[in-house]
Design a protein around this ligand. Structure first.
Ligand code: ADP
Length: 352
C-alpha cells in the first residue's frame, strides 16, 4: 500500500542519513563452540535483530541480561554474510571517506577470524581484510570510465606502545609513495589485485610471527592494523578524492588479575588496558562533542586520529565466546560495547 511505501522510503532515507553522518556503529558476533567443547551450554540465550540476551546464572538463581547493538551475528553466520553487512561502509572509502573498523573482545573470541580468517584459509572463509580489498578493486573497475583509483596498504603492529612495520622486507622499509601517510616510517605498498593483497598479508603475518616465537603468542597482546589508502582521480574534473580505511584487530580485552602476573606480562597488560581505555575515552568524548578529544593518550588513538570523529565512519565489532567460563569477560565486553553504542542509538531515537 501507499502508506507502507512511504514508510519504506522514510526508512531508506533514515538509513542513508545514518550512513552519512560521522557515526559509530556497533556489531556483535558470537563465536561458535570449538569442536572439543561442544558439550557446553551456551551463555547466549537469545538473539533477535540487534538484541542479544545472555543468561547469567548465579547462586541466587537464573538471571539474564540483554544488550542492544546495530547488528548481532549468531554462531552460524558465515564470513560472507558478515561482510555483506559491512560492504557499504567499506565502499564509502572510494567516495573519499575515512573508515575505521575495530575487532574487540577477549582472546579466543574470534577477532582474527573475522578480520583475517582461520589458519586454513580458503576463499570461502576469508575474513574482512581480504574481502574489503577485493571489493574495492571490483568497484574501482566498475567506475573506471570516470575515476582512476590508486590503492596502497600499510600493516603495522602496536606492542607495548611501540609501533612495528609488518611489511618490511630484509629489514628495509619500502616507501614507494609519500601521499596521505599517517603512519610515518612504515612501508606503503601499492596493490592492484587480490593476489598482491594475499602476498602482502602473508608477508605481514610472517613478520608478525617473528616476534611471536620470542615472546610466546604476543599477537593476542598486540594490536594489528591494516591501513588501506585510496586515491581517486575524477577523470573529467581532475579532482582528487582521498579515503583511508583502518582495519584493526585489537589486543585481547581480558582483564588480567594483577596478582597472577608480574614483570613483562604485567607491563603488557597495563599497556593494553591503557590503549583500550584511551580508545573508549576518545569515542566517548567524540560522542559528547567535546572540543578536546584525548587522541594523544595512546599510540593507537594517535595513529587513528584522522579516521575517528569528524566525517569518519567507525565500526566497533565486538566478539564474544559462548562458553560459561567466559561469562564474566562476555558481560564486560558487552558493557564496554554498549557504552560505545549508546551514543549512536541515543541519537537515532531522537530521529524516530
Ligand atoms: P581472537 O583473535 O579473538 O583471539 P581467533 O580468531 O583466533 O580469536 O579465534 C579463536 C579460535 O576460534 C580459532 O581457532 C578460530 O579459527 C575459531 N573461530 C573463531 N570464530 C569462528 C567462527 N565464526 N567460525 C568458526 N571458527 C571460529
Amino acid at each position: 500500500s501507499g502508506y507502507h511505501r512511504v514508510l519504506e522510503e522514510n526508512r531508506k532515507l533514515y538509513n542513508q542519513v545514518q550512513d552519512l553522518k560521522g557515526s559509530i556503529r556497533v556489531y556483535c558476533r558470537v563465536r561458535p563452540f570449538l569442536s572439543e567443547r561442544s558439550s557446553y551450554v551456551s551463555t547466549v540465550e537469545h538473539i533477535e535483530d540487534g538484541n542479544i540476551t545472555i543468561s547469567t546464572p548465579s547462586k541466587y538463581g537464573k538471571g539474564c541480561k540483554s544488550f542492544t547493538f546495530n547488528k548481532v551475528f549468531g554462531q552460524s553466520v558465515t564470513q560472507a554474510e558478515v561482510f555483506s553487512d559491512m560492504q557499504p561502509l567499506i565502499r564509502s572509502v572510494l567516495d573519499g571517506y575515512n573508515v575505521c573498523i575495530f575487532a574487540y573482545g577477549q582472546t579466543g573470541s574470534g577477532k582474527t577470524y573475522t578480520m583475517v580468517g582461520p589458519k586454513d584459509l580458503t576463499e570461502k572463509n576469508q575474513g574482512v581484510n581480504y574481502r574489503a580489498l577485493g571489493d574495492l578493486f571490483v568497484l574501482a573497475e566498475k567506475r573506471k570510465d570516470n575515476f582512476r583509483y590508486d590503492v596502497a596498504v600499510q600493516m603495522i603492529e602496536i606492542y607495548n606502545e611501540q609501533v612495528r612495520d609488518l611489511l618490511v622486507i630484509d629489514g628495509k622499509i619500502h616507501n614507494s609513495s609519500q601521499t596521505g601517510l599517517n603512519v610515518p616510517d612504515a612501508s606503503l605498498m601499492p596493490v592492484s589485485s587480490t593476489s598482491d593483497v594475499i602476498d602482502l598479508m602473508n608477508l605481514g603475518q610472517r613478520n608478525r610471527a617473528v616476534g611471536a616465537t620470542a615472546l610466546n603468542d604476543r599477537s593476542s597482546r598486540s594490536h594489528s592494523c591494516l591501513t588501506v589508502h585510496v586515491q581517486g582521480k575524477d577523470l573529467t574534473s581532475g579532482t582528487i578524492l582521498r579515503g583511508c580505511m583502518h582495519l584493526v584487530d585489537l589486543a585481547g580485552s581480558e582483564r588480567v588479575n594483577k596478582s597472577e602476573v608480574t614483570g613483562g606480562r604485567l607491563k603488557e597488560a597495563q599497556h593494553i588496558n591503557k590503549s583500550l581505555s584511551a580508545l573508549g575515552d576518545v569515542i566517548a568524548s567524540l560522542a559528547q562533542k567535546n572540543t578536546h578529544v584525548p587522541y594523544r593518550n595512546s599510540k593507537l588513538t594517535q595513529l587513528l586520529q584522522d579516521s575517528l570523529g569528524g566525517q569518519a565512519k567507525t565500526l566497533m565489532f565486538v566478539h564474544i565466546s559462548p562458553e560459561p567460563d567466559a561469562l564474566a569477560e562476555t558481560i564486560s565486553t558487552l558493557k564496554f560495547a554498549e557504552r560505545v553504542a549508546t551514543v549512536e542509538l541515543g541519537a537515532a531515537q531522537v530521529n524516530k
